[in-house]
Design a protein around this ligand. Sequence first.
Ligand code: HEC
Ligand code: HEC
Ligand code: HEC
Length: 370
Amino acid sequence: MTLRHWSIIGIIATAILAVMLPMYALAEAERMDSAQAQLLQESIAQGEITYAENCVICHGVSGEGISAYPSLNNDGVRQMDYTDLVKVIERGRYGTAMAAWAVAEGGVLNKMQIDQLVAVIQHGDWANTAATVDKLGLAPPTVITVEISDETLAELAALPHGEVISAALPVFAANCAGCHGAQGEGTAIAPALNDPALRDKRTDAELNRTITNGVAGTLMAGWANALPAVDINNLVGLIRYFDEIPAGAIPQPELPPIASTNAEVIAAGANLFNIACAQCHGTEGQGTQMAPALNVQSFLTQTNDQAIKAIISKGVPNTRMPAWGGRLNDSQLNALVSFLRSWEPTAPAVAQPSVGTGGQGLGPPWLRGQ
Ligand code: HEC
Ligand code: HEC
Ligand code: HEC
């Protein structure tokens, strides 16, 4: 080859390189971009779990906010500065239910977990977060609201403290009943407010302070920003005068039923029961020495679907009854409720001493297996 040939090859090679190099650089940048994107997706996936375990109870399964707790799924929060978001989660907001979450501030989350939460808030898809919460069975109990008719309010207004009671009840029904119960009788998640002991123990000023500022580190939010002072004063009055409200004046809310009568759902529940529950509660739910009967009228008629689901999901502290919430998802919990509910029409009035299931504690050995 002549020198001229070489230089032509050189020119061609240079030309090829000139075309290839940027293409290579572009591919490399894309590869980096997709690595970044994958990292972000992994952060979001981890963050969703942290969110489900720590934040969902106040900010909701889709970041929609529950009762007085603010939503996180809005543009205002999404577009907050990265450092500001980190700071709120690390340090909390003093004097509100928003606690400091960073280990350095006495919380339970490390820097990486907080970064992942910020990724969920800024770049996540709340529908995916809701799906993760459901899969983990960590959806908070449905917050109920109560409707009080105008006629009822008019009747209550005629009571000695009727002015305060009838002004406070709609506020209570809309904001407090979901946690404290329609009659202030308390629920699994919040104490009774219609309790004479509470009235004796707390002055009006103390009750007012609790409602205004909340109780740090609990579900009890401060209502200073959500309710005008006059409403809070009336609520204190309502707590004082709860006993003056005639029985039956406040309607019991209709809880949406959970149990399905669909045969497939019940069969799925039966299957789960055999795997996870029968060893303690007996194959027919008749009870064993390990655990009480579930297949009895007294239990089934007195316990609504929500309560059964809450017991299965949260367990019974300090007993052998485990919390299944982390292991079973929402539809599995619902299937179990459906299966237990399917016993109700035929359940014995009183638990039958059981024989014949081969489990422990089922009477003397010679009676078993019959
Ligand atoms: C016990 C209830 C509660 C829990 C649990 C909770 N928060 Fe909050 N959060 C609040 C309240 C109340 C506020 C509003 C504080 C205020 O008034 O400024 C808030 C505010 C926030 C804000 C600021 C929103 C804004 O508009 O400025 C962010 C972000 C936030 N929370 C994230 C989280 C994350 C992430 C978790 C879980 C690690 C979490 N929160 C857990 C109650 C809670
Ligand atoms: C998201 C659930 C929730 C909502 C909604 C809620 N509370 Fe509470 N409340 C709680 C919890 C939990 C406690 C117990 C806090 C603690 O452990 O000290 C509590 C405590 C209280 C106390 C103190 C009781 C005592 O023994 O000292 C009062 C008073 C009270 N709430 C009033 C209200 C009023 C009024 C409203 C409506 C404006 C309301 N709460 C809404 C969950 C809630
Ligand atoms: C290791 C044994 C054990 C297992 C497994 C178990 N339970 Fe329980 N369960 C108990 C005990 C013990 C209690 C009674 C707790 C108490 O003293 O209040 C109980 C209570 C209950 C109650 C409330 C009964 C009542 O009368 O208040 C329900 C509902 C229940 N279990 C459902 C289930 C379901 C559904 C499963 C399976 C997903 C299950 N349990 C698995 C031991 C168990």
